[in-house]
Write a protein that binds this ligand. Structure first.
Ligand code: M6R
Length: 606
C-alpha cells in the first residue's frame, strides 16, 4: 500500500528519492517523507500530502544534500494522514520507513512505554523505530534480527543508523521489497518502476532476509545472519512503460495499451493455432482431470475470474466457483486435492489473495497464479504461474490488467474444453483465431473515444447509476460498475438484468441512468425487454451492443455500437467503452483520475 525507496550512490540522493517516490505514488499518496545522511547526520523532511508538497517543503527548508537515504509515500492504516504520522519515523539515531502492518504494535508500545519511551504518532511504525532503539547494541544486523523476533504482521522496512552513515539496511515479510543494482549505485524499492530510470537489474528478497547497501556493495543475509547469493533479475519493462507518454493520465494510456498487452500475453501461448499453457506445467491431462476450479481474487481481478467462470463452464463444462479472497480465506472452503485454485492478481502482492493461495495449498489443491508482476509474492507462492504481459500498470483503476487476465482465461478455457473433448480441434483453432483478432478489433473500438466522452458528459451530474446485463454481459457489467464508482465517486451497482424487477427497479427515475450491456445475442431480446422496462419508468438508458443491431427509442437514449466477434469473446471488446465512460466521467467531474481518493494500487493489508 505504501511505497518505500532507498538510494545509495553518487547522485543527489534527495533528487533521486523524490523522483523514485513519484513513480510509487500509485501505492499511496496521503503523505510523504525522506531521511538522508547529510554530513553524517540523519536529516528528515516529511509532510502530509503529495510528493510535490514534500519537494516544496524540502526546498523551503533549504534542501538536503547527501548520497544516501530512504523515502516513503503513505496510504494511512494507523492514524490519519498528517505530518506527524508521515514516515520516516525515529529519531536522530535511527530512521525508518515501513510498508505493511505491525499487528502486535499495541503490545510492543505498552512494553516500550514501561521503559520510558514516549510516542508522538498514532502509527504502528513508530513502535518498530523505538524497538530498534531499545535493542540497539552497536551491531545493526543483530539489532534487526532481535526486532524481527518480536514483531508480527507484514513489513518492508528501510532503516538508517546514524552510527553507520552511507549504509541502508532493509528487510521484508509479506510486503514487497526489491533491491535495484545500478552502476556504482543501489536502490531499495517496493516496485521496479521506482528505479527503472536508473537500472532494470534487481534482486528479490525472501522473508526476513536482510540487505545492506554500502559503498562496498550490496550484501544479503539470511534470517540467521549468514551471507547469501541471489539471482540477479532483469526487468523487461522499459522506462517509457512507466511514463505517461503524452497521455493526460496513466489510465487513458493504459486503456490504449490494451491491444499490445493482449497480443504480448497470448502470442507466446499459441502453438500451431492451438492454445498451449504447458510452460507453467498445466498439461492437458491435468486440466481435464480437475473436479472443480476455484477462482479467487479481489476487485477487478475477481471480475476477470467471473468472465473466466462463464467461459470455462460454457465450453469446458467444469464447475467454476468464483470468490473474493477476503471471504474465501475465512470460510473454510471445500477445496480438495482434486481441485485447481486459480488466483488472479495484477500486483501479485494483494494480501487476501496471497493468504487464500496459501490456504488452498494447505488443502492440497493445485494452485495456478495469473499475475502481472514477475517474482511477486503470489507468483512465488503458487505451484504454477502464468505471467500476463501488460507491462507496469500505474493507474489505480485497473484496465489493461483486466483485459490480459481475461485473455488468459480464454486460452485456459479453450485448452480445457479441447482436453475434455467438449470441443473439437477445429473449434478450438477457430476460437483461438478469434481471440487473436481481438487486438485489431480493439483498435477500432478505441476510436469511439469521442462518443464515450459524450456519453460521459450525460452522466456527470448523476448521483446513482445502474449497470445491467445477462450472462457474460452481467459479469462484464460488474467491472464497468466498479470502474465508474472508484474513479468518478458516483454510486453505481451492477445487476443481472432479469433481477432488476425483483426490487431494484423501484429506484429507477429520470435521474438514474442505466448502462445496459447486450452483446450476447441469445439473450439479446430479454435484455432489450429489461431496458424497455427501465425506459418506461423514466430511466435514461445507454445501450452497449453490436453496431449492426439497431434499437428503437423506447429501448435506449444512446447507443454504443461495437464491432462483432464471437459472442463468447465480446467482453474483451465491450470492456473498452465501459472503461472510457468511467475515465471521461471522472475527468469531467474534475477528479484525480489516476489517484482516486482513499485508494491505493496494491492492497498489501487485509
Ligand atoms: O493487484 P491485484 O490485481 O491483486 O489488485 C486487486 C484489486 O485491489 C484491484 O483490482 C482493484 O480493485 C482496482 N483498483 C480496480 O480498478
Amino acid at each position: 500500500m505504501c511505497g518505500i525507496v532507498g538510494y545509495l550512490g553518487k547522485k543527489d540522493c534527495t533528487k533521486v528519492l523524490l523522483d523514485s517516490l513519484s513513480k510509487l505514488e500509485y501505492r499511496g499518496y496521503d503523505s510523504a517523507g525522506i531521511a538522508v545522511f547529510e554530513n553524517d547526520s540523519i536529516k528528515v523532511a516529511k509532510t502530509k500530502g503529495r510528493i510535490a508538497q514534500l519537494e516544496e517543503r524540502i526546498n523551503h527548508e533549504g534542501g538536503i544534500k547527501g548520497n544516501c537515504g530512504i523515502g516513503h509515500t503513505r496510504w494511512a492504516t494507523h492514524g490519519e494522514p498528517s505530518d506527524v504520522n508521515s514516515h520516516p519515523h525515529g529519531d536522530a539515531n535511527i530512521s525508518i520507513v515501513h510498508n505493511g502492518i505491525i499487528e502486535n504494535y499495541s503490545k510492543i508500545k505498552s512494553f516500550l512505554e514501561t521503559k520510558g519511551y514516549v510516542f508522538e504518532s498514532q502509527t504502528d511504525t513508530e513502535t518498530v523505530a523505538k524497538l530498534l532503539d531499545f535493542y540497539y547494541d552497536g551491531d545493526p544486523l543483530n539489532t534487526i534480527k532481535n526486532v524481527l523476533g518480536e514483531i508480527e504482521g507484514s513489513y518492508a522496512l528501510g532503516i538508517l543508523f546514524k552510527d553507520f552513515p552511507d549504509r541502508i539496511y532493509a528487510v521484508r515479510k509479506d510486503s514487497p521489497l526489491i533491491v535495484g543494482i545500478g552502476d556504482d549505485e543501489a536502490f531499495i524499492a517496493s516496485d521496479v518502476p521506482a528505479f527503472l530510470k536508473y537500472t532494470n537489474k534487481y534482486y528479490l528478497l525472501d522473508t526476513n532476509e536482510i540487505v545492506v547497501l554500502s559503498n562496498d556493495g550490496v550484501e544479503i543475509f539470511d534470517k540467521h545472519g549468514a551471507p547469501i547469493e541471489k539471482e540477479l533479475m532483469v526487468a523487461d519493462w522499459d522506462m517509457e512503460a512507466a511514463e505517461k507518454g503524452g497521455y493526460e493520465h496513466f489510465m487513458l494510456k493504459e486503456i490504449n495499451e490494451q491491444p499490445a498487452a493482449i497480443n504480448a500475453t497470448i502470442s507466446p501461448r499459441i502453438k500451431d493455432g492451438m492454445p498451449d499453457l504447458s510452460e507453467c506445467g498445466l498439461t492437458q491431462e491435468k486440466l481435464a482431470a480437475y473436479s472443480n476450479i476455484f477462482v479467487v481474487a479481489c476487485g477487478t481481478a475477481m471480475h476477470a475470474g467471473l468472465v473466466g467462470k462463464y467461459v470455462i463452464e460454457s465450453i469446458g463444462r467444469i464447475p467454476v466457483i468464483v470468490d473474493v479472497a477476503s471471504e474465501f480465506r475465512y470460510r473454510n472452503p471445500i477445496v480438495t486435492d482434486k481441485d485447481l485454485v486459480i488466483v488472479v492478481s495484477q500486483s501479485g502482492e494483494t494480501a487476501d489473495t496471497l493468504e487464500a493461495l496459501k490456504l488452498s495449498r494447505k488443502k492440497g489443491a493445485d494452485t495456478l497464479a495469473i499475475v502481472n508482476v514477475v517474482g511477486s509474492s503470489i507468483a512465488r507462492e503458487a505451484d504454477m504461474v502464468i505471467y500476463t504481459h501488460a507491462g507496469p500498470e500505474i493507474s489505480v483503476a485497473s484496465t489493461k490488467a483486466y483485459s490480459v487476465q481475461i485473455a488468459v482465461f480464454y486460452l485456459l478455457a479453450f485448452e480445457l474444453a479441447y482436453a475434455k473433448g467438449a470441443i473439437s480441434q477445429e473449434e478450438c483453432i477457430r476460437l483461438t483465431k478469434e481471440l487473436q483478432s481481438v487486438p485489431a478489433t480493439l483498435e477500432i473500438v478505441l476510436k469511439q473515444d469521442e462518443l464515450c466522452k459524450y456519453v460521459a458528459s450525460t452522466l456527470v451530474n448523476a448521483e446513482n447509476l445502474l449497470y445491467i446485463g445477462r450472462g457474460l454481459d452481467y459479469a462484464l457489467s460488474m467491472e464497468g460498475s466498479l470502474k465508474l464508482k472508484e474513479i468518478s465517486y458516483i454510486h453505481s451497482e451492477s445487476y443481472a438484468a432479469g433481477e432488476l424487477k425483483h426490487g431494484t427497479i423501484s429506484l429507477v427515475t429520470d435521474t438514474m441512468p442505466i448502462i445496459a450491456v447486450a452483446t450476447q445475442r441469445d439473450l439479446f431480446d430479454k435484455t432489450v425487454s429489461n431496458a424497455k422496462e427501465v425506459k418506461a419508468r423514466g430511466g435514461k438508458v445507454i445501450f452497449v451492443s453490436h453496431s449492426y443491431i439497431n434499437v428503437d427509442d423506447d429501448v435506449a437514449d444512446y447507443k454504443i455500437g461495437l464491432p462483432t466477434i464471437d459472442d463468447l469473446l465480446m467482453p474483451m471488446v465491450a470492456v473498452v467503452p465501459l472503461q472510457l465512460i468511467a475515465y471521461y466521467t471522472s475527468v469531467l467531474r474534475g477528479n484525480d483520475v489516476d489517484k482516486p481518493r482513499n485508494l491505493a494500487k496494491s492492497v498489501t493489508v487485509e
